[in-house]
Structures are given as structure tokens and as C-alpha cells.
Design a binder for this molecule. Structure first.
Ligand SMILES: Nc1ncnc2c1ncn2[C@@H]1O[C@H](COP(=O)(O)OP(=O)(O)OP(=O)(O)O)[C@@H](O)[C@H]1O
Ligand SMILES: [Mg+2]
Length: 253
């Protein structure tokens, strides 16, 4: 029996593209949803989280049922909720066409929903746009998926500085949940070395979670418009997402 409380809000952020943000959002949300009440908020005009949850960003945009109609319009976010658990507030191309009125708008508009869920996950775009800033202003925690490429490591320093900046500018409660290495090939010496280096850089300050292995199953699940943990519950990569969800439930506060 799920007892909804005051939601913890978690932004899944990395300004680098293709590092597994969306994959992490949909799988982590689905793992958490087995024990808790969860909402995914798609904040990327690509609408990938919306699509991977089996919804059509194009159609929902045409019906004015995507997030922009609340953030820059008169709708309540409550009117936009699709599916049950995880529930989804969809996004589509329209999100790229309008500037948000303020960085606070998401935080304000979430208020009527916050007691309906235990966890709210924001799938952010691969840019530090105003929408991503709005996600950070509305968040309690930041989770950073990262690929094991040396060029990606410079970007996380910048992201941690952005978190400090947001702390100074008003959201004092924002903190880093940790860094999640993705697409890890444990037999490759390069990936092993990069993981060690990542830990050296990050672990003095933040947690580095168990890496998510590289697996073609992620793409297969995406083609089936489902999270991997639902599409292939025994596949490689599934147990690491459950481990992350369990950590968040136990220690994430
Ligand atoms: N563990 C994995 N193993 C193999 N492929 C993966 C894995 N995780 C993600 N991918 C693939 O990598 C690509 C990028 O993943 P995803 O869309 O989750 O990244 P993203 O950071 O959200 O991208 P964007 O910055 O464009 O929003 C996708 O094609 C996805 O299928
Ligand atoms: Mg994405």
C-alpha cells in the first residue's frame, strides 16, 4: 500500500547530450513506483521521456496537453498528468518555442501536486537553459548521469558550481544526490580507468553510484516505448537501477 507524502523533487541533469538522463529517469521512476508514488516531469522539448513512456509528444502538443501550456499558459499542471504510477507530465516541441516567464514558475506550479507524490523526477534537456534552471530551482536533489569520457568530467565541475549558484540565489535546499556513471563496459580497460578517475574527482564530495552497464537492451526497450525494467525485467542494467532506487528510498533525504 502506497502512502503518498510530500514529494522529494529530483532533477536528472547533465548539459552533455546522450549520457542516459532520460533512460535513468524512466527506469528509476519505474523502480521507485513499485514502492512509492512517482511523477515524471518531462522538461525536454525532444519529448524523449514522454515517448519512452508510450505517449505521443506530437499528439499531446496538438491537444495542448504538454507542460508549456502550464509553464507559460493558464493550465494547471494537475490537468496535464497522464498515466498513473509513474505518472507523466509530457513535453513536446512547443516547449522550445516559448521563453518561461521566470525560473520560479515550475516550483510555483508544482505546489498543487506536491502532496500527491513521494518522488517527482525532472528529465532535463542537454543544455543549461531557463527550463533546466527552473528544474534546479524546483528541486531538492540533483542526480548527474555521466558517460565515461574524459571530456565529460570537466562539465560536472561546472554543474556543481551551478548548484552552488542556485543555493545562493534562493533554493538553499538543493543538494547533489550523486553521480551515476552510465554505459559502462566493465571489460574495457579504458572504462575501468575512467571510472577510477571519476571516483577520484567526485568521491571526496559526492557519492558515485554503481555504474549502469552498456546494453543494447536499452534501445530495444525504447523501440517498444517502455522502460527497460518493464520490458526486460531480467536484463543487464536492471538491477543497478533498482539499487539506485533503494538507495534513494533509504538514504535520499
Ligand atoms: N545503459 C545503456 N546502454 C546502452 N545504451 C544506452 C544506455 N543508456 C542509454 N543508452 C542509449 O544512449 C542514447 C542516449 O540515452 P538517453 O536518451 O537516455 O540520454 P539523454 O542524456 O537523455 O540524451 P539527451 O541529452 O539527448 O536528452 C539512447 O539511444 C539510449 O538508448
Ligand atoms: Mg534525454
Amino acid at each position: 500500500m502506497i502512502t503518498p507524502g510530500m514529494a522529494q523533487t529530483i532533477a536528472i541533469v547533465n548539459s552533455k547530450g546522450g549520457v542516459g538522463k532520460t533512460t535513468t529517469v524512466i527506469n528509476l521512476a519505474s523502480c521507485l513506483a513499485e514502492k512509492k508514488k512517482v511523477l515524471i516531469v518531462d522538461l525536454d522539448s525532444q519529448g524523449n521521456a514522454t515517448l519512452d513512456m508510450g505517449l505521443s509528444p506530437k499528439q499531446l502538443d496538438a491537444e495542448k496537453k504538454t507542460i508549456i501550456y502550464a509553464l507559460a499558459g493558464t493550465k494547471s499542471l494537475l490537468d496535464l498528468v497522464q498515466l498513473d504510477n509513474p505518472a507523466v507530465i509530457p513535453a513536446g516541441q512547443s516547449l522550445a518555442s516559448v521563453e518561461l516567464p521566470s525560473a520560479q514558475v515550475l516550483r510555483e506550479k508544482l505546489q498543487p501536486l506536491i502532496s500527491n507524490y513521494d518522488y517527482i523526477l525532472f528529465d532535463c534537456a542537454p543544455t543549461l537553459t531557463r527550463t533546466t534552471a527552473a528544474a534546479l530551482v524546483a528541486s531538492d536533489k540533483v542526480l548527474v548521469p555521466i558517460d565515461l569520457d574524459i571530456k565529460s568530467f570537466a562539465g560536472i565541475g561546472q554543474l556543481f558550481s551551478t548548484v552552488t549558484e542556485i543555493n545562493k540565489r534562493g533554493n538553499r535546499g538543493l543538494s547533489v544526490l550523486g553521480v551515476l556513471p552510465t554505459r559502462y563496459q566493465k571489460r574495457h580497460k579504458h572504462d575501468q580507468a575512467m571510472l577510477e578517475q571519476l571516483k577520484k574527482i567526485v568521491e571526496p564530495r559526492f557519492k558515485v553510484f554503481t555504474p549502469i552497464p552498456e546494453t543494447t537492451n536499452v534501445k530495444k526497450a525504447s523501440r517498444a516505448s517502455q522502460p527497460l525494467i518493464k520490458f526486460m525485467p531480467r536484463a543487464r542494467g536492471v538491477k543497478e537501477y533498482y539499487e539506485l532506487a533503494d538507495y534513494i528510498i533509504k538514504y535520499g533525504n
